[in-house]
Design a binder for this molecule. Sequence first.
Ligand code: SF4
Ligand code: SF4
Length: 448
Amino acid sequence: MNIAISNNKFYIYDDAKLEKINEFNKDLEGVVENIPKKERLLKAKSMIMINGKDNTIIATYPIIRAQHFYPLSILDFAYAIKNVVCKKIPSLPILSLDSHDYNFCDFNCKDCLAVDTRNWAKKNLGFTNIKPDEYEKVLFKIAEYSKKRGCDSIRFEMSGEGNPDMYPYRSRIMKYAKEVCNMQLVYISSGSLLNDQLIDDLAKYASYVRISLPGVTEKAYDIYSNQKCVPSKKFTLEKALNNIKKIIERRSFYKRDGELVVGARTCMRPESEGGYLETARRLKDLGADSFQVVQILVPEGNNYKDYPISTNCKKELIELNKNSIGLMHIQTPAKLDYVYYDRGIEKESKPSECFSSMVAPILYGPHLIVCTHWEKIKDLKFHYGKIDDGVNEIEDIMQDERATKLRKEIPYSCSSCCSIFDNQIMTSIKAQLLLAKNPEDIEFLLTY
Ligand code: SF4
Ligand code: SF4
């Protein structure tokens, strides 16, 4: 027997048809609403598309990257596509906004992808950071744009091109985004410069805080964060875990345990071997929810095949993936073959449309850009434009002839993609909706 839930209904199914169990078991009424949001969204295993008239299953989407969408879910994206197909909205809303608002960092990480783009942005856009008044106006306009298209609560990710802890107006912007724009905040940083005020604001306003760990042994942390200060001032793995602890304690103070996800992410490093399971255990003991281990992009000029994963590391990550430690969410690379990866895409694997450029563009200061691919960030051709007063209103830069043409050209012009999986899944959802006799009847559910 499998379980599937929508926003308020509980279903069971064992073949191609679902039964609504709320309908004949009154005890289950209200059950869905009472499951904490983070459990409901992070523990989902797949998504199914059903015909809501007869509850038959039309399609199954076996892999959903819950953590990627949280505090939204793939359901929000699927329903937005349905609304466009059913002509309820003229175009897709921005559902997720990734903001790169501050171009300075206290670390000097090896393989830092931001160094190059920071220099580019300074030279070509005159951008290093954004003033708070301008930032608020831009956020307000984006929120309005999405509200008109049915999304009144955008996922707003602050990840920086540097360390977001250092942006002096972070607290003001978080409060504004949450209270005025009704955005759901995601915060990604090393946590090295979190102060008490910022920890308090994150616990109060954020939906997801993810601390990036350059390594999961002290040795790896030191090598890859490459801090230039005197040893006694260096930020360490221990200090990062301590800040995670402080956020979790504050989260309980604000009684937000059920909705604020706190986690950590690290890239695979040879010197981290032996530290993955130990770090996961420590995170669990602190009360954290998630731990991600990822491959990172192959350094320029190198071949990812020159960096195979050691047998011991592979064993450790396979063990971690079983999640016997009991974290709410664990993510390890799909293929445990190489330390680095290359995001090149085969011609035949290209989706026909780039949904990311519509539902999840990036904000680089006041500039809207199609995606996080570094080649694209550094090419003005892929910039929708700068959002400002007057001529460059968001409605124009996202919907004018130039933007439409640009979106038609991608992804055909992209030889590699940073959102290939999301684009493929959204392409498939749209295709299924277009094939449906009556797309209005289509519903989407998460399964467990
Ligand atoms: S913390 Fe991020 S932005 Fe800073 S140096 Fe490291 S990778 Fe680059
Ligand atoms: S790289 Fe991928 S996400 Fe970026 S524009 Fe191309 S198809 Fe879209």
